[in-house]
Design a protein around this ligand. Structure first.
Ligand code: UD1
Ligand code: MG
Length: 473
């Protein structure tokens, strides 16, 4: 079998993005563009992958890790110059080399495979992947001779008027005979509008030396989209979004309004789950079967087990076990673990806390740095007071306990099993199992107070004026 290699070009700054972030690190549906390219190439099973880095080299390496080898292009002198940097690693090897750009996030492994197969079957020295573009502006144009054979590729800035009218574009993806690629790269010059060493010039050089050049035209232009600015970034995101959503729907997920549902590429969703409009599912989120993710919820890096209902809520780095539910308008901050059948109602915030099964936290409560057992009822407006301005303190609440509404639980605190906390209490000492903790001032009623208090005076005048007015009527 012929050896296969791949080179990813990712050294450019991406001036047209007008960004502090290097172009290839801009994200499309939760993954950087260059990572998308690498992920697809990984599925092709090549023998060696080399990524050319330059601008933001460290950040790119951090993002991709050891999934690829790297070469450094210290100065960005063009795409041909970029490929040249891989010479030491690859030049003497026999085989076929795929070159792809780090700014074309939509290519699929299937297309790369087809290109390799086409190249091999036709015994070409180079095969360029082309597409018909409705608006080819900005892309390199594929110039064919009268026999329809590819003669060369001309960049937008170097194109004559006639060449610029060609709508067959260079997608920036090629397969080369590896050794011929590196031999002809030495012959590329920078005598062009941008003063750069263009990789596509290799095609013209090989052709003029009598080598066979192939062109494999893909049917779907959208897949070849190169992202050079933010307008293209949003278009690429739309295409990716549609692709992701359709795959989930084919796998049995109901997405009510796919146009307005934003699911990152690595998110997993079980069958018969319903995703309502405006939902955002991000990062490494995994959602089970038979869940309902209600409109406008945002879930990042969470595990949501089967049968969970989320109603307009915001969840980060947390777990919801089977058949639990949350919302509307609640917030799971990192490290919340919500047990089976737990009910988290509205306006509840949970942070770094475990909540045991069947427990109910219905309304307007903050649970932070706490461990709650099972079958507990937490009354409305309870605050787990965990922070003294310097340190965080933990509170444990035992199984079957009942915390009355409006309680302040000042950590560190142990509340035993089957314990009560009286409503409105401020609890600073542990409450033993089966006991009731009550911590609040006794009520005193001051008779006639309304009539004596100056502010009430104004209210009294208003009352009398109203009475007088009513009498006149
Ligand atoms: C390139 C092609 C063009 C093609 C288009 C497809 C060239 C000269 N032109 O144009 O024919 O239609 O892609 O999207 O190749 N890079 C480096 N080092 C450099 C320069 C660029 O690593 O010195 C990397 C960039 O990071 C980028 C990729 O190469 O990922 C392509 O460079 P870019 O400047 O985007 O080229 P285009 O103008 O899009
Ligand atoms: Mg580009």
């Amino acid at each position: 079998m012929t050896a296969k290699f791949a080179i990813i070009l990712a050294a450019g700054q991406g001036t047209r993005m007008k960004s502090k972030l290097y172009k290839v690190l801009h994200q499309v549906c939760g993954k950087s563009m260059v990572d998308h390219v690498l992920t697809q190439i990984e599925k092709v099973n090549v023998d060696q992958i080399v990524t050319v880095v330059g601008h933001g080299a460290e950040k790119v390496k951090e993002t991709l890790g050891d999934r690829t080898e790297y070469v450094l292009q210290a100065e960005q002198l063009g795409t041909g110059h970029a490929v040249m940097q891989a010479e030491d690693l690859l030049a003497d090897k026999a085989g076929m080399t795929l070159v792809a750009c780090g700014d074309t996030p939509l290519f699929t492994a299937e297309t790369f495979n087809k290109l390799f197969d086409y190249h091999e079957a036709h015994h070409d020295a180079a095969t360029v992947l082309t597409a018909q573009a409705d608006n080819p502006f900005g892309y390199g144009r594929v110039i064919r001779n009268s026999d329809g054979e590819v003669e060369k590729i001309v960049e937008q800035k170097d194109a004559t008027e006639a060449e610029a009218r060609v709508d067959e574009i260079n997608t920036g993806v090629y397969v080369f005979d590896n050794q011929k690629l590196f031999e002809s790269l030495h012959k590329v010059n920078n005598d062009n509008a941008q003063g750069e060493y263009y990789l596509p010039d290799v095609i013209g050089i090989l052709q003029s030396e009598g080598e066979k050049i192939g062109a494999y035209e893909m049917d779907d232009f959208a897949e070849s989209m190169g992202v050079n600015d933010r307008v293209a970034l949003s278009k690429a995101t739309k295409v990716m979004q549609q692709r992701i959503n359709e795959e989930h729907m084919r796998n049995g997920v109901t997405i009510i309004d796919p146009e307005n549902t934003y699911i990152d590429v690595d998110v997993k969703i079980g069958s018969d789950t319903v995703i309502e409009p405006g939902v955002q599912l991000k990062g490494k989120t995994v959602i089970g079967e038979d869940c309902v993710i209600g409109a406008h919820s945002q879930i990042t890096n969470c595990t949501i087990e089967d049968g969970v209902t989320v109603t307009v809520s915001y969840l980060e780095d947390s777990i919801m076990h089977k058949n639990s539910n949350i919302g509307p308008y609640s917030h799971l901050r990192p490290l919340a673990e919500i047990g089976e059948n737990v009910h988290i109602g509205n306006f509840v915030e949970v942070k770094k806390a475990q909540i045991g099964k069947n427990t109910k936290v219905g309304h307007l409560t903050y649970v932070g740095d706490a461990t709650l057992g099972k079958d507990i009822n937490i009354g409305c407006g309870t605050i787990f007071i965990n922070y003294d301005g310097k340190n965080k303190h933990h509170t444990n609440v035992g199984d079957y306990s009942f915390i009355g509404s409006g309680a302040n639980l000042i950590g560190p605190l142990e509340i035993g099993d089957h314990a009560y906390v009286a409503a409105g209490s401020t609890i600073t000492n542990d409450v033993p199992a089966h006991a009731m903790g009550i911590g609040r001032g006794r009520q005193v009623n001051k008779e006639g107070y309304y009539d004596r208090y100056p502010v009430a005076e104004t209210a009294k005048e208003a009352e009398e004026a109203e009475k007088a007015e009513n009498q006149q009527k």
